[in-house]
Design a protein around this ligand. Structure first.
Ligand code: IMP
Length: 407
């Protein structure tokens, strides 16, 4: 049985994956991402200091852990550079332990321009980072990939053609200014050193690690309900955020995944537009947002808040073959007299709730399941029972030590 673990968010992102990946990375040899781009925002609190990672895997904070950006990502070179520089400034070393697949598609300035102007009319509420347009070019087989930076002679005519196409879209479809070709070329040239330093045939690297039985964490970004196929389409991101994305996004087959840890908040949040059955608009929503600091890590937008949707999670647990669950931000529910969970929908698709008693006490310092108030234990057991999957980790605060390990 392989020792590798896939860690996925089961909702609309922001489940607190970063903290859990960071904690589990301590005993792992590598952390690898397989999809998305710098639309992700993994917030970690380490030694009292808050860090937000957008592209670099959360394992980077551990000096002996290797980190990989797999072929399934879309990468903005300036965003990558910025993040590396900031982390290096706080003493983190990337040398010889950070690898970027040559097959990653690049996010170009034109992708960002198209994303931002288009979302004004389409209203998905994207992060405006160029993610969707970059994935479009990947699927349309015209993307510029990280490995293309190796051969500028071959790249130049493809780039000219692609930017001309993007500018047609910008000028004729959206009536905005074009992005000069030189801007795009200058940006790529200015980051050529990233290619020299970090370019890697990551599929081969991963195959070697798997054969050597290295302990690997596969780190999902966003959440399952934002999956391009299984999410709340069209209000989704443009990548496969569910378990299937790992094999295509890193070149590692399913039998090399040992366990699949699904992360869910003890309630639900969503940034951006789209359906959200259990969304609240009352004082409970305000309380969840305030106590849970529910503001988007990437865009700073307020997150929409609501009760936990077990009915939706039931499907998501199946899609991902979740083998164990992690419940985060349970402490945010500390002040509630009653807590609702959606256990079904009526014929109109409105949620049918089961009401459970709250615990009305501070649990943020509790380290063991048995020390939790009875109704907090019951809340955990109810979820576990409904989803038929054990909750092995419970997070009761942002710091590494505010974590209850059950199994
Ligand atoms: P895009 O990924 O920028 O195209 O945005 C598509 C949708 O996914 C929008 O609703 C975003 O708010 C949402 N989204 C993208 N990345 C994240 C994330 O890391 N956390 C939460 N929502 C996200």
């Amino acid at each position: 049985m392989t020792v590798n673990t896939l860690i996925l968010g089961l909702q609309w992102g922001d489940e607190g994956k970063g903290k859990i990946v960071d904690a589990l990375a301590e005993t792992s040899e590598a952390v690898c991402r397989f999809q998305g781009g710098h639309n992700a925002g993994h917030t970690l609190k380490v030694d009292g200091e808050q860090k937000v990672l957008h592209l670099v895997p959360s394992g980077i904070l551990h000096p002996s852990v290797h980190c990989v950006l797999g072929n399934g990502l879309v990468i903005s070179l300036p965003a990558l550079e910025k993040e590396i520089v900031e982390l290096e400034q706080s003493g983190i070393n990337f040398d010889g332990r950070f690898y970027v697949s040559g097959d990653c598609s690049l996010i170009l300035p034109t992708h960002i321009a198209i994303d931002q102007v288009r979302d004004k009319s389409e209203g998905i509420g994207t992060t405006g980072r160029g993610i969707g347009p970059a994935y479009e070019d990947k699927v349309a087989r015209r993307a510029i990939r990280f490995g293309d930076l190796q051969d500028w002679q071959a790249l130049q005519p493809r780039l000219e053609k692609l930017i001309a196409y993007h500018n047609k879209v910008l000028v004729h479809l959206y009536d905005v200014d074009p992005v000069p070709l030189e801007t795009v070329i200058d940006e790529l040239r200015a980051h050529q050193h990233l290619f020299q330093k970090f370019h890697c045939a990551t599929q081969t690297l991963l195959r070697g690690w798997v054969k050597e039985n290295k302990k690997i964490i596969f780190e999902g970004a966003q959440g399952s309900m934002l999956d391009i196929d299984h999410g709340t389409y069209p209000y989704v991101t443009s990548s496969s955020t569910t378990a299937g994305g790992l094999s295509t996004g890193l070149g590692v087959g399913p039998k090399h995944i040992g366990s699949i840890l699904g992360i869910t908040k003890a309630y639900t949040t969503r940034v951006g537009e789209g359906p959200f059955a259990t969304e609240l608009f009352d004082e409970n929503a305000a309380q969840l947002a305030k106590i849970g600091h529910e503001v988007g890590a990437t865009t700073g937008r307020p997150r929409r808040c609501g009760w936990l949707d077990l009915k939706a999670l039931e499907t998501i647990v199946f899609i991902n073959s979740v083998t164990s669950l992690c419940l985060t931000k349970l402490d945010v529910l500390d002040g509630f007299k009653e807590i609702k969970v959606c256990t079904d929908y009526d014929d109109d698709g409105s949620p049918i709730y089961t009401t459970l008693p709250g615990w009305e006490q501070d649990i943020s310092g509790i380290k063991e399941f048995d020390a939790l108030p009875k109704s907090a234990q019951d809340y955990i057991l109810f979820i576990e029972d409904f989803l038929e999957s054990s909750i092995d980790i419970v997070s009761v605060g942002p710091s590494r030590d505010q974590t209850i390990y059950r199994n």
